[in-house]
Structures are given as C-alpha cells and as structure tokens.
Design a protein around this ligand. Sequence first.
Ligand SMILES: Nc1ncnc2c1ncn2[C@@H]1O[C@H](COP(=O)(O)OP(=O)(O)OP(=O)(O)O)[C@@H](O)[C@H]1O
Ligand SMILES: [Mg+2]
Length: 783
Amino acid sequence: MAGRPALARGHDVADRQDLTGKGAAVRAMPAPALLRVRPAGKPGAAATSSLGVRGRLLLAAVALLLPPLLGGALLLGGAYTRERRVAERHLDETAHMLSLAVDQQLGQSQAYLRALVASPAMAAGDIAALEAQARAIDLPKGYWFRLASAIDGRVLINTALPPGAPLPGGQLGPNLRAALDSGHSRVGTLFNSTLTNQQAIALHEPVYRDGAPAYVLSLVMPSTEFTQLLTDQQLRAGWIGAVVDRSGGIIARTRDPDRYVGQKARPEFIEAFNNRTSGRMPGLSLEGVPIIISFRHTPSQDLVVSVAAPRDELGREAWRGLLVAMAGAVALFALAMGLALRLARGITYPVEQLAARAASLGRGAPVPTETLGLAEADAVAKVLADAGQRLARSSAEQEEKVRAAVAEAESANTALFQAHRMEAVGRLTGGIAHDFNNLLQAVSGCLDMLMRRAADDRSRDLIRAGMQAIDRGAGLTRQLMAFARRQALRPEPVDVADLVRTMRQLLMHALRADIVLEMALPQSLWPAMADPAQLELALLNVAVNARDAMPNGGVLRFVAENVTLAPDHTEEGLKGQFVRLAITDTGSGIDPAVLPHVFEPFFTTKEVGKGSGLGLSQVYGFARQSGGTVHLDSVPGVGTTVTLFLPRAADAPRRPAPVVEVRPADRVETRTVLVVEDDATVSATVAAGLTERGFAVLQASRADQALALLQNGDTIDILFSDIVMPGGMNGVDLAKVALVLRPDLAVLLTTGYAENLPPLEGMRLLPKPYRMEQLLEALDALR
Ligand SMILES: Nc1ncnc2c1ncn2[C@@H]1O[C@H](COP(=O)(O)OP(=O)(O)OP(=O)(O)O)[C@@H](O)[C@H]1O
Ligand SMILES: [Mg+2]
C-alpha cells in the first residue's frame, strides 16, 4: 500500500468502515469543502465557506482580463484627451485664421486711406481736389470716405452724400480722439449710420500737417461686410464666428446676425478679451448654450475675432470612440466570463460528481462508472469505482459469511435440539417398553398358570388367544426397545456390499416393477460392525418407505463408501472410520415441517392401517446402537437420501455359511403363489423366501389387488393371504371369492389374531409368527 496515491488509501478506510457500520462509514469520510455536493436544484449554494472551482476560475478570468481592460481604458482616456486637444487646437486655429482674414480686410481699407493721405491734394490742404480724388476711388459697395477736422471734428468731406450736398456739422467723438491720441490708424466702435441706416464701423487715420494733427480721414465699412467675411470662411456646422469691437460690441456674427449684431458680448468674455490677446475659455453663448470659445485679437489689436463650439460637440468623436470601446470591453468581459463559467462547469461538474460518488462510496451505495470528461477526475472516478466494487464485493462476502455462520449455528442448534429430543424420546420409549414388557411377562406367567389349570377346550382357546396377544405386544416392545437402543444386538463384522447384493431379490419383492434398483458398491469397502439381521431389516424399512414415496415409479440407489469422520462432520460427533451407505430415492420428498419427526416411533404420515411409524425408528435405533448413526436429507419433489454410518469392523467378516438347499433335490417346485400381505416387510420377506425355493410369486397388499390379479387369468396355484387387512375385505372373504373365480385354487390363510376368527369353512390356517420352513411345509401339504 506504501506506494499508492493518497486516494487509494481511502479504500482502506472504506473497507474498514464496512466492519464498523454504515453510519461510521459516512462519518469517517467527510468531503472536503471543495467536494461538498451541492443539493440538487439549488445552484450557487456551493462553496459557501471557501472559494469553489467556479469562483476561482472567474477570479482567474477577471485577473487575466483586468490588465488589458485597464490598459485599454487608459489608452482610450488618452485618445479622448488627444482628440479633444486636437479639436480645441482646431478651434484656436480657426480663430487665428479668421483674425487674419479680418486683418486683411482692414489692411485693404487702410490701403485706400493711405492712398488719399499721401496725395498732393492732402499735402496742399486742397479739400475740393481731395474730395474729387476720393470720389474717384472705386470703393466696395456701402463703403465711404469721411474727412473731419482734427481741431473741432467738423466734417469736411463725406462721399456717402452726393457732391455739393450740405454736410452735417460733426464733432470730435471718442473714436476720432482715440485715433488722434494713438497717432495712427485705428478702428472705431460700432455705430448706426444715420446716412445708410445700418450698423457700420470706421477705420480712422489721423493726418498731420507740419507736425500737427490737421484732419482725421475715415473709411466707413458696413458691418455686414464682416459677417459676410466670416460666413465665407465656412465654419464647421454648429460653430459660431463673431467679430467684436474694443468695447465688446458685436460687429459681426455668423448665427442670427440681425438679432445679435449691435449687442454686447457676455461680460466674462469682454473681460477676457480686454486682458489677453488670445485665449480659450468655457462659457455660455448668447443663446445660452454651453460653449468653448477661442478668441484672438487682430494683429492691429483693433478687433477681437472669436469662434465658439458647443461644448458637447467638442471631443464628441472621442467620446463616441470611448463608448464603443467600453461597450466592446463589456462584451469581451461577458464573453470571457461566459467562457470561464463554461470551463468551470467542465471542471465543477466532474468534481461535484466525484464528491457525489465519494459520498455513495461512503454510504456503501453502488458507485457509477461512466466517464466524466475530465482526465484527472476520470482517474479518480476509476479509483472510486474500483473501491466501490471492492467494497461491494467484500460486503457481499461478509454478508455471505455472516449468513453462512448464522445458518450453520441455526442448523447446529436444530441438530442439537433434535439429538436431545431423540435422546429424550428414546429414554421415554425405552422406559415404557421396559415396563410394558414386564407387564406382559407377568400377564404371560398368569396365563401360563391358567393354561395348566384350564379344564375345557373353550377356556384353553381363550388363553391361547391371550398368549398370542401377548406375543404381539412383545413384538411391539421389541421394536420400541430397538428404537431405544436397548435391543439385544448381535453385532459381527459384515460385508455391507455383499449383504446389499444378496438382498437384491428381497428388495425386488419389496419394491414395484416400475422402480429401478441401482447399486454402487465398491469391492474395497471396509467391513462394518453390525447385526446383519437388523441391518437387513433397516434396509428393507428404508426401501419400503422409498417405494411408498414413488407411487409413479423412480430410481432407488444404494451407494456405499469408506469415510473417515472428524467430530464436526456429524451432529453426533462421530469420529473415526465408517462405512457409509446412502440410499437415495427419486420420490416425493419430505415436508420440512415433518422432517424432524420422521425417526420418532409411531410417527407416520400414512393413512390409518398403512404405516405404523416404526420403520425409521428401527433404522435409527439400530444405527445408533451399532455405534453409528443415520441422517436423512430430503428435498420435496426431488427425493430423499437416507445415509447410514456403520463403524468399521476390526476383523474380516466371516464367510456366510453356504445356503443349504432344504428342499429335497427330486422335488422341483413350479407352483405360483399369490402372497396377499399388507405388511410390506413381511410380504417381501415371504416372497423372497419363496422365490429362493423355486416358487413363482405374485404380491398384493390388499384384497382388491389380489382379486384383480385373479381375474387377470395369470397362472396362480396357491392363494396365501393374511386374514386381517385394510380395505374392508378380509382374507377369508377374499378366499371365498377366489374359490368361486378359480375353484381349483389352493388356499392358505395366516393371521396373528386368533380371536374373533370368522368361520374358515375348511380352509387351512398358518398362525403367525411362522418360520419359513413352517410355511413351506404348509404349502407342501396343499398338494
Ligand atoms: N423415502 C421417503 N420418502 C418420503 N417420505 C418418507 C420416506 N421415508 C420416510 N418418510 C416419511 O417418514 C414417515 C415415517 O417413516 P417410518 O418408516 O418411520 O414409518 P411409516 O413408513 O410411516 O410406517 P412403517 O412403520 O410401516 O414403516 C413416513 O410416514 C413418511 O411420511
Ligand atoms: Mg416405513
């Protein structure tokens, strides 16, 4: 076991547990937390106290996914910031570009002004020539020149008015003053021209003569000109371009110029415009939309150009990208989790199955053997299945052992009880038989004395009948004594095989023609120590029982062999060498409920008059008294085996005396006798004796059977019948009918009952008991 993996040791635990009981088995195999079986139908209940495979795999998936996802998020954040910056730069560049465009516009206007300022008429102060020259310049539509005195602001030229038309007075307003103060050209604030009735701005150029300011020449431009300029730049949709003057007034606007041109920009923007030459800041548009505004002063510092983009539009692309990426990440995450779960299931299922199988093993239930689809789990499952099989095998063996032990104990108990019972019955029987014998002896003595004194024949007949009854009683007590093992046995070494073989004739008469007699009697059989006459009687009793058990024929088999017994081989504890003779029939068998009683005296299942119940008692008593025993095994419907054990004899059997032919040699017997006798033993003995002497013998146990044979027409010379028989018809009546059927029939009757005899009407009577010679003499007398 040393080299086995840890799991293999689990078997041993399981094996041992089986001996200590199922409860212990379950207790001794606590499943680790990971292997705990989840109750069916409650998913997710597992791994409450520690992290299960599923949880660990999910964690692994998260751990694997998290860094790339975080990296991705950082990248996306960076991209978003970059994108936003690009958008902001684009806003700034647009503002710059617009400022340049506006500046260029202003530069053109300034060129017109410079042309006039540099003209000789201006130098000469010839206003009329200057006006003519100014009117001659082809200005864009809506533009006009104005010349005002630097001293008092009086208007000297206004090309918006027709030539010669009276000029308005004019004054030195803040715009002109500022231009004069700065000493160079300067854009003024927005104003509403009364002449053209539209918003306009002017570029003012101070003109010096002899080092002193003499005039301010202005070019007036309609504000629509700048709106158009902004519109021409084709800003991105949603963006708003605007031009604002120094005071924050809106000169031009790409969206809703009619509404907003002339209004002030929001104060926070104005403040920023005043403080910085360029910049970017969040805020609200005039419409109230959150915006990011980028602004820039024109290079001449006169005007501010701004571009505003709705704040939510800026970086919207980046935002959209971020969203897409996030959605992708979430999908990826879900996919990974799904995969991890699937993977986990591929592991948790086998693990849970393993746990369930381990639990089955613990309970001693069968362990399933189908594979789980996970190599490692399958290896463990195989070990578990093997363990389960071993466990099942060992429990089965254990159970079988226990069953066998219990059965053995039971049978030993039964046998012991049976032996005790037979012992007790034997003692009782012996006691009664003994006392009964004494009584018979006393009565016999009395009758003997009476006989000597009896004067008349009648009395003597009565006394004789009494004596016959006493003989019968004595026979009965002999049989009882035999059972009680108190009969006078004359044991001698017997060749059992030889004895059985010579009994064949006798057995054939005891059996019927439809019963096959088989014998397996080895030559090497030991001699047995037994009373041969009693052994013959025992075998005859067994054979007759077998015949009765096989009403439809069968096989009767004698098997003899030498056996050496140890004390535990038989209930009686026989020890040593024995000759065993087993006699097996194929008859009805014996009901198990009846079996314990068959050896008891007077126990019979046969109908009244058919059996005395003393046959097996004789067998038992004889066998036990001989120092052996008898066993009876029976299977209902299959058959019965009676086994005799007789102790081995130390000496060889004496050779049987050669059979002396008692009959004179000249007399060859050819007659046929019909023996009618209800006692099978007697009938068989008689038949065998007669057959030996040359008679042909027919047997019947009842009067009606005998009549059937007589009516058959078979050759029958003599009817030899018992008088008292079962079945209603006695021997005398049978003889009368027989004589009617066959008037030349010779009749010999026999009986043990001398009293109450019906009138015999001249028929001969042989009283029982008779010896064979007496019977032969009586038969000879019939000739
Ligand atoms: N070979 C057998 N097959 C079936 N039953 C048997 C067999 N031998 C004995 N028995 C049963 O055992 C009982 C007792 O047998 P036992 O020989 O002692 O008495 P019996 O045959 O009934 O009467 P008898 O005194 O005429 O022999 C029988 O009545 C019969 O039921
Ligand atoms: Mg019998």
